[in-house]
Each structure stands twice: as structure tokens, then as C-alpha cells.
Design a protein around this ligand. Structure first.
Ligand SMILES: [Zn+2]
Ligand SMILES: [Zn+2]
Length: 219
């Protein structure tokens, strides 16, 4: 539509014209406040080192942190970011992550690589964009250390154990030293970032931390 070309910017959550995310919606993003589980970042009633969600699970990363809960509004935001590659959203996400999550003690930032070449062909990949935004704010280098070793079936609709099997051995990593941060857009069960962390540890990373923009929160 011509109007869309003339006025392409509308808030992806409430449709208010002006920007990809209006200031009201940006302010009311459901930030994840402490206490959260020290390991997996799930919101908890009081500080714990392991929570109900991650107890007894083999997790290859040191800790995971996220900026906002993956609610209906955030879902709209993330899908607009993925499907339409709205540049402004990466910068908003970078601001919110830097506001909520403290700078991790690592040396290199990397990101979960795209599944197949679809998003690369379209020229946008939210985890890579967010990694660059965080690299700038935290003054850390961003390197594409991870590659997909094989195609992965979509994780959506799979149970936790199936997800873990689905991504086992799914990543290869370039040789690296020191601590590494993996950036992704959404943390669901942590299976994907854990498989990526396993590859990074095998490639020489001394520690692996995880930061995502959003996180699924169980009720
Ligand atoms: Zn809005
Ligand atoms: Zn936990």
C-alpha cells in the first residue's frame, strides 16, 4: 500500500504511528526483575542456585540471563523483528538488555547462527544484530564462532527431552580462548544454547554465558 510506503513506521505492538516500537510499549516491556535463578535466569520467589526448571538438567553454559518475559506483546515484537528485519528493534532490544542484564565477565560475544540460509538471504538475523548492539554497549568484540553442523527440525511443539535430542551435536565452533557469551533472541527451554555452549567448550572456551532478549516464563 502507498500509505505503508509513505508512513512505514508503526508500533509493532499497538500500531501507534511513529516508530517500530512506541515509547509507551517500550516502557511497559515486562522486564525480568530479580530474584532470578542464578543458573538459568527463571524468575523465582527467592534467590536460588538451581530452580525447579533447571534442577537435574545437564546444562553446558554457566548462566543464562534475559531482559524481558516472552509474553504476547514481546511475541509480536520478536516476530516483527524476525520477519520484517526492523532495524530499530535491535537497538531497542540492545537498550533493554543493557538496562536489565549486567555486563557478563567474558572476552568474546557470539550468537546462535541462523537455521538454514533463509534469514541470511533476507539480510537480517536478530541474534547477530542483538550481539552487535551489545558488543557496542559493553565494548566487547563480536565474532561469528558458531555454525550449524546439520539442519535442525523446528523446536516448536517438541517436549524438553525431544528438543535436547533434536539439537544434540547441531553446532560446530571455531577455536576460541577465554570466556564467551552466546546471544540469542528468545530462551525457551535452553536446549539450543546449551548445545551451542557444548560446541564452544569443545572449541576451547573457558566459560560460556548466555544472554537473550526474551525468556519463556512458566506460570
Ligand atoms: Zn506501542
Ligand atoms: Zn534455574
Amino acid at each position: 500500500m502507498l500509505l505503508d510506503l509513505l508512513f512505514p513506521q508503526r508500533c509493532v505492538v499497538c500500531s501507534l504511528p511513529g516508530s517500530a516500537l512506541c515509547s509507551g510499549c517500550a516502557r511497559s516491556l515486562p522486564r525480568l526483575a530479580p530474584p532470578v535463578c542464578a543458573r538459568c535466569g527463571a524468575p523465582v520467589a527467592w534467590p536460588v542456585t538451581r530452580c525447579r526448571e533447571c534442577t537435574g538438567r545437564r546444562i553446558a553454559f554457566g548462566s543464562a540471563r534475559a531482559a524481558v518475559a516472552y509474553d504476547a506483546g514481546v511475541r509480536l515484537l520478536v516476530s516483527a523483528w524476525k520477519e520484517r528485519g526492523l532495524r530499530d528493534l535491535a537497538s531497542v532490544a540492545g537498550d533493554v538488555v543493557a538496562e536489565v542484564v549486567s555486563r557478563p565477565g567474558i572476552q568474546t560475544i557470539t550468537f546462535v547462527p541462523p537455521d538454514g540460509d533463509r534469514s541470511l538471504r533476507r539480510g537480517h538475523h536478530p541474534p547477530a544484530r542483538l550481539a552487535r548492539e551489545l558488543g557496542r554497549r559493553w565494548e566487547l568484540p563480536v565474532r561469528p564462532l558458531l555454525q550449524r553442523a546439520r539442519p535442525i527440525r523446528a523446536q516448536r511443539g517438541l517436549a524438553r527431552d525431544e528438543r535436547r535430542r533434536n539439537v544434540r551435536g547441531a553446532f560446530r565452533a571455531r577455536p576460541v580462548r577465554g570466556g564467551v557469551l552466546i546471544v540469542d533472541d528468545v530462551y525457551t527451554t535452553g536446549s539450543t544454547v546449551s548445545a551451542a555452549a557444548t560446541a564452544l567448550r569443545a572449541a576451547g572456551a573457558s566459560s560460556v554465558e548466555v544472554v537473550t532478549f526474551a525468556r519463556a516464563v512458566r506460570g
